[in-house]
Write a protein that binds this ligand. Structure first.
Ligand SMILES: Nc1ncnc2c1ncn2[C@@H]1O[C@H](COP(=O)(O)OP(=O)(O)OP(=O)(O)O)[C@@H](O)[C@H]1O
Length: 271
């Protein structure tokens, strides 16, 4: 049975605007899942329902045996950590260290374990050297890692990263990729929203596509990025390598450079 499930979930904001309409999502424990879709598709609204920041207007959101309707946001956030899209909505301490240690302190984690987990969170996010800095003296791309470290330090079973790739350079994306791998190894369930299709293709085996308030497809990168009906519906673009292979009519279903090279070699070898 899936660990996280949304069953026919609808969410309307207080002004009556329906942002998520009859969505169904199932995510297993220790899965590493990406959610993609155009601006306004309902991705952030959906993940905010995973950690109880928003409660469904209709339908149920289940995290393990917890129905989010029956628990406070504080209770759910001990299971599901959420990294905000904009780090400045989350950061409120004057040093990186204080920001990262705040969550585990609130959770009354004993001192030895607290030190260990905070050091670990600072280390994998590359922040150990800047732990005494004021986050607002650091660039936005690094502030994003501060908020990621703060959630990692809470050691929740589920972690949600809302657009961590936005504004990151290659180094930032590489770090994110290694954080995702590391969390997966530790048995965490991680859900990441991203607009970076290259990053999504390279780092996730399962992708949830949202379009116009609904989940329109769930599948592997190959199943998603070569399904033109879904891509059109969600107004998404294939990665450059897939676009090139499609235009050249070589290697249908190609999603990586390695596969593209293989397809081209085969054509050469055939003469
Ligand atoms: N507090 C709110 N009140 C009313 N409507 C809202 C509120 N917050 C978001 N919306 C609307 O709900 C819709 C879905 O927003 P949401 O942020 O979930 O989309 P998204 O897929 O995450 O988009 P993006 O990629 O731009 O972050 C949008 O049309 C947005 O304007």
């Amino acid at each position: 049975m899936s660990y996280i499930s949304l069953g026919n979930v609808t969410f309307a904001y207080p002004n009556g605007f329906v942002a998520v309409d009859e969505a169904n999502i199932n995510i297993n424990k220790n899965e590493n899942v990406a959610i993609i879709g155009q601006n306004g598709a309902g991705k952030t609204t959906t993940v905010k329902m995973f950690n109880g920041l928003l409660k469904p207007t209709k339908g149920d959101v289940l995290i393990g045996d917890m129905n989010t309707k029956d628990y406070t946001t504080a209770q759910i956030s001990r299971k599901v950590g959420y990294v905000f899209q904009n780090p400045d909505d989350q950061i409120f301490h004057s040093t990186v260290y204080d920001e990262v240690v705040f969550g585990p302190r609130m959770m009354k984690i004993e001192k030895e374990k607290l030190t260990e987990i905070v050091d670990y969170a600072l280390d994998i996010t590359g922040l150990s050297e800047v732990s005494k800095e004021n986050p607002y003296n650091l660039p936005l791309s690094i502030r994003k890692f501060v908020t990621i470290a703060a959630v990692i330090a809470m050691d929740t079973e589920v972690m949600i990263f809302d657009e961590p790739t936005a504004g990151q350079d290659l180094v930032g994306n590489k770090r994110l990729a290694s954080i995702l791998k590391e969390l997966h190894k530790k048995g965490k369930t991680v859900i990441t929203i991203s607009h970076d299709m290259e990053f999504v293709t390279n780092n996730f085996n399962r992708i949830i596509v949202m379009a116009n308030k609904k989940v329109v497809k769930t599948g592997t990168p190959k199943e998603i990025f070569w399904d033109f009906e879904t891509m059109d519906k969600a107004m998404l673009k294939q990665t450059y390598v897939s676009q090139l292979c499609r235009k050249l009519k070589i290697g249908n279903n190609v999603i990586s450079i390695e596969e593209a090279v293989e397809s081209i070699k085969e054509i050469y070898d055939r003469g």
